[in-house]
Design a protein around this ligand. Structure first.
Ligand code: NAD
Ligand code: ZN
Length: 344
């Protein structure tokens, strides 16, 4: 089959032919219907070998959806031909976190060498994807896999971050979204659907800010050295009660804490190497800073329900498998508006 692989450290993704995967006991084989392209892949492809923690080549793609093509021995609860989304942060399935459906925080994944598809295990940007266990699948029903496959990460990750901050987002509060790309433009919609907060979106690109307004941001602010003052002004000097940084670079992490108000939740989601300064008098009284990762199985089901209810609609640009390397180039250059989705 054809697959898009990251083959050597520092290299560009390549379209290659690899052996068709063969379904083993307990596994499910999917014919991939859609696979999302995430900025995290670009981060991974910038890492030195010692930071990777898994061997190359790697078939990319940690946002996957497919039709069930074959079932391994003993698999129950899923049928051939069913349309499913893949829950990506695979865990051991039995530790204290996994038992709560929080496989993103599995306590044993590292020790057992369990890696998400596309982030260590073979990923979804290929004609077929092998899924290790049927519990990683969520039925899509009549949801379009192309428009909804990004919800497995670009939806689930902001959903998880926002859900944890909801108690702060009371009427009259403000939420700041920094970086309104793949994750950020979904975050704005989740915030609008789940809270009465005023949503203030920041980005460096006017085109992205336009998308932010289209999907429901009340205010948009260019992310430059004047952004903090502008957010303070928009919040009557108080700052925001929740801040979501989908860039996570040193300047945005600094902005994220600078625009936070008293008792705010600051969620650093982007993996851009920024480090938050914490200490008495450094951040507002009682502010918390967290760095969440992906989301739980239950939260994936919930975020798909938001799509089913029609309140979350991912803005997608589609590419063929052969065009996937170009989609990565465009994402790297900041030229994808919304999410790029590969159709194998
Ligand atoms: P993306 O490229 O689609 O979006 C990033 C957006 O940030 C773009 O719109 C870009 O214009 C904007 N931006 C860049 N610099 C900025 C700045 N200084 N100020 C404001 N906006 C700026 O990327 P994505 O796929 O949405 O991923 C966003 C980040 O989240 C990446 O760092 C990714 O690796 C990370 N991520 C983290 C998790 C997690 O679980 N923590 C999961 C998925 C992705
Ligand atoms: Zn576990």
């Amino acid at each position: 089959m054809k697959a898009v692989q990251y083959r050597e450290v520092g290299g560009a993704p390549e379209v290659v032919t690899v052996p068709d995967p063969v379904v083993g006991p307990g596994q499910v084989l999917l014919k991939v219907t859609a696979a999302g392209v995430c900025h995290s892949d670009i981060a991974v492809m910038s890492w030195p070998a010692e930071q990777l923690g898994f061997p190359l080549p790697l078939t990319l793609g940690h946002e996957g959806a497919g039709m069930v093509a074959a079932l391994g021995d003993g698999v129950e609860g899923v049928a051939v031909g069913e349309s499913v989304a893949v829950y990506g942060p695979w865990g051991c399935g039995t530790c204290l976190m996994c038992a709560q459906g929080k496989e993103n925080y599995c306590l044993r994944a590292d020790e057992l060498g369990i890696r998400p598809p596309g982030l260590g295990a073979p990923g979804a940007i290929a004609e077929y994807l092998l899924v290790d266990d049927a519990r990683h699948l969520v039925p899509l029903g009549d949801l379009d896999p192309v428009r909804n496959v990004p919800l497995t990460d670009a939806g689930l990750t902001p959903y998880h971050a926002i859900k944890g901050a909801l108690p702060k987002l009371v009427p009259g509060s403000a939420a700041v979204v920094i970086g309104t790309g793949g994750l950020g433009h979904v975050a704005i919609q989740v915030l609008r659907a789940m809270s009465p907060a005023r949503v203030i979106a920041l980005d460096v690109s006017e085109e992205k800010l336009e998308l932010a307004r289209t999907v429901g941001a009340h205010e948009t602010v260019l992310s430059d050295e004047r952004a903090t003052a502008r957010v303070r002004e928009l919040t009557g000097g108080l700052g925001a009660q929740a801040v979501f940084d989908f860039v996570g670079a040193p300047p945005t992490v600094a902005t994220a804490t600078a625009v936070a108000g008293v008792e705010a939740d600051v969620l650093i989601v982007g993996i851009g190497g920024g480090i938050a300064q914490l200490g008495f008098g450094v951040v507002p009284y009682d502010a918390s800073v967290r760095a969440p990762y992906w989301g739980s199985r239950a939260e994936l089901i919930e975020v798909l329900e938001l799509a089913r209810a029609g309140v979350v609609d991912v803005h997608v640009e589609t590419y063929s498998l052969d065009e996937a390397p170009e989609a990565y180039e465009r994402l790297h250059a900041g030229r994808i508006n919304g999410r790029a989705v590969i159709l194998p």
